[in-house]
Design a protein around this ligand. Sequence first.
Ligand code: FES
Ligand SMILES: [Fe+2]
Length: 461
Amino acid sequence: MLNTPSSGSHEPYLADGTPLAALIDHDRREVAQRLFSDPEIYQWELKNIWAKSWIIVGHESEIPNPGDFVTRRIAEDPVIVTRRPDGSIDCVLNVCPHRGALVCREEAGNSPVFRCIYHGWIFNTDGSFRGAPFKEEMYPEGMDAKRLSLPKARVGIFGGIIFANWDESAPSLDDYLGDYKFYLNLIFNRTANGVEVLGPPQRFVINANWKTASEQFGGDAYHAGQLHRSLGALTGGSPNNPRDWQLHAPKVSTANGHNIICFDLGDMFRAMTGGKELSSMEKLHMLPPAGLPPEMLPEMLQRFSEEELELLATTPPSNGGMFPNAGVWSMYNPMYNGMPAPFLSFRTYVPIGPDKFEFYMWVLVAKGASEEYRDLMRRSTSFMQGAAGFIEGDDAEVWPGQTSAARGYVTRQQTLKYWAMTGDTKPESWPGEGQVHVGFSRDDPQWNWWKVYFDRLEAKV
Ligand code: FES
Ligand SMILES: [Fe+2]
């Protein structure tokens, strides 16, 4: 059971008497390492974060036709995401109200109804109850169908990404994303048709707490200089080295714990041109934003303002985390031959208990791209990211250790340090909103992530 003291205060606390608020030290900018393993804290997260936040459950292009569905989880709660006949999208609990079996056991498919395998109750794709076998024999007095609908989450969509939220009183997705939409727009809405997935998401399980990955994607560029130094070796020390772009990239923090790193491509263009300075337009023609094939560039140039195009040409929004557990990634990275290749993806870290999470990664491309470009995106993205990717292999070495150590009696009394801060140093010419941290990449966005985490964990927002 979750605890609140009986003294009249409603401050939440753990069974050992520690208030949740004591797990973060705002003055020192430190958080308790027990957050990476504690089962009791995990229960608070399920209640106050996972059941109340906008959580990514897929992309519209995964379910283009009426009756299409995918099954996903919002933390531990299984859900079915379906396309209705009118084109709208529903997200319903994938749990039968009869005896609690999974209603749908497929990962994806198309079906006009869902039939529970246990006793055969049937539900419409919007979750409403449709019927039961031997209904007359079992329930001669009738069945109260209203009580049998599968609980439905609110659904919101931005850039084709499907978000779901169980909380009727939560702010809209529009408000939740807020200033972050400016940056997402530059990645997912470059053309009228937007982006589409290249097949189902990669899925794999990592024995680590979901926050080890999520707080890292909350803006940790610092680790690229050490953990991902193999990328430097891959490029033979050439300036096509994303490690360096990341260390000196402007970083943006927006409300509700979202952030994005905007890689500075200056060195890369200088290396590619032998030092010749290029205009923004020339840069965009040389390397269109990752995921957009060159022949679709003219459409993008029509859609965005001069300031937005300047940002895309010089410091494009590249790598960002959305609170609580998602990340987007659009950038060029060196392939095995050292030449930059584009990749575009988004990912989620979905908990399975306090010490395990499932990694979902969707590979994307501009809708309407040629088969050749789609193949390039598939190869280059999976070369760098996901189950067999260069990058994730590095990170997956660290997260389990952070988690297992946090189970130790001594370790769980230690703290994680977020001492390095830049503050808001937004240049006047910066076209987007939010705080912008220019210079060496420090801890600002991650500290912002933790502050939001605690506000939500303690149900302050
Ligand atoms: S548990 Fe689903 S029909 Fe019985
Ligand atoms: Fe990493």
